[in-house]
Design a protein around this ligand. Structure first.
Ligand SMILES: [Ca+2]
Ligand SMILES: [Ca+2]
Length: 403
């Protein structure tokens, strides 16, 4: 006990036995001290009470421990259940997305057996479904292009949704082929247009130097070409932090951000193409430039699928108005041969010769973006395939799972 008046803990009070006043006025102990020789242990009743108390404490302790274990178990079970649910959704979404890739590849292979021309057919939205009858897909030309225009082609699968986008990589300028003079000129014209019309206006690095920098980055040697204005290996070694140049084909467009002169604004302009809408419909990233196939030569641009900016870049004499005319024309009358195109739109004989080996009306390489959505979980698989109709199969050039 604590002595409040003195503030001093008094052990004498604690150790004193309770005393009862006696009738004669004296005091005696409430519990008489055991007399020597009779009993030296505690009173049996006190012992029983002590044991009962101890048992109660043990029971309370065990019950508390059990409660803790049960709460922990319930919590773990809930976590496990959620994980199992999330895993099941993830597996379903992946399977749907993977199935979408196979379906799109089959569609493209089916198309290659039907003809040697690739173009954008009338979009899905333009078909009249009000009568309840679906158009016969085997009779629609270029059915794959439904997934290449406007919103992604989506379809319910079980309790999920599949959304597919297909892009024609042959409608873009292949940056892995800038070693070829003619492709380099096309890329140069595209970059010049982008620089002069985007936020990059008045940029310090000329378009030609940007294209040359891609060339030096990929050309496999450390010497700057005599006709090149681009950055070579020593430029990157002088940066802080420094890094080596790739000296090999570009694996992805995001690599451009490492190349000398490419600012975030220029990169964004390349990815967005002809506006935010263009970016939305592209399966791989940019509607204007590609890195597929990764071979260094031989690519041709499909004039039926190339966007206006790419068409305009095909020759220095071409203008935005001319490119728009082509886009309007091909909506109703896709080009069945390059002669078709050249005779209609390129009156100058020298320009015709220049374009002869650069353009095509068919495509080999396509990118597919396939998304499986189950509940709040989405998985996207992006692939690039090349059609090999002679072997009745597609070759896989790129495969990436996102989400
Ligand atoms: Ca076709
Ligand atoms: Ca180099």
């Amino acid at each position: 006990m604590f002595n409040f008046s003195s503030g001093i803990f008094s052990p004498t009070i604690l150790s004193a036995s309770p005393k009862k006043p006696l009738s004669d006025g004296s005091e005696r102990e409430a519990h008489p001290r055991p007399r020597a020789g009779v009993c030296s242990g505690p009173h049996p009743l006190a012992l029983a009470r002590e044991q009962a108390g101890l048992a109660l404490v043990t029971v309370v302790l065990i019950v508390s421990l059990l409660a803790v274990v049960l709460v922990e178990f319930a919590y773990n079970s809930r976590i496990q259940l959620r994980m199992a649910d999330s895993f099941a959704k993830q597996l379903k979404a992946y399977t749907i997305a993977r199935g979408g890739i196979d379906a799109a590849a089959d569609l493209l292979l089916f198309d290659s057996r039907k003809g040697q021309v690739d173009f954008f057919s009338a979009p899905l939205e333009s078909f009249d479904f009000s009568g309840g009858s679906l158009p016969d897909p085997t009779k629609i030309e270029e059915i794959w292009s439904w997934a290449a225009q406007g919103t992604p082609f989506s379809y319910p699968v079980g309790d999920g949704i599949l959304a597919i986008k297909i892009s024609d990589e042959n409608g873009k300028i292949n940056l892995n082929q800038v070693e070829e003079v003619k492709t380099r000129k096309i890329a140069y014209q595209l970059f010049e247009t982008i620089i002069s019309t985007s936020a990059e206006r008045g940029g310090k690095v000329p378009a030609e130097a940007l294209v040359d920098s891609i060339r030096e980055w990929t050309d496999g040697d450390l010497e700057t070409g005599t006709d090149s204005q681009g950055a070579e290996a020593d430029f990157y070694l002088g940066l802080t932090p420094s890094y080596s140049s790739k000296e090999g084909a570009l694996d992805s467009l995001s690599e451009l951000r490492l190349i000398g002169g490419f600012t975030p604004q220029l990169y964004a302009a390349l990815m967005e193409g002809a506006g935010p809408e263009a970016r939305k419909i592209d399966a791989l990233g940019s509607p204007l430039v590609t890195v597929f196939p990764q071979q260094s030569s031989g690519g041709k641009i499909n004039i039926n699928t190339a966007p206006a900016l790419v068409l305009e870049s095909l020759h220095e004499s071409f203008t935005p108005g001319w490119a728009q005319e082509i886009i309007d024309y091909r909506k109703d009358k896709p080009f069945r041969s390059i002669t078709d195109f050249l005779s209609q739109f390129v009156p100058d004989s020298q320009t015709r010769l220049d374009l002869q080996n650069l353009i095509a009306v068919k495509s080999d390489v396509f990118s597919i973006s396939s998304t499986g959505v189950v509940g709040d979980l989405a998985i996207t698989i992006k692939t690039v395939i090349t059609r090999i109709p002679s072997e009745n199969r597609v070759g896989l050039l790129y495969f990436r799972v996102e989400g």
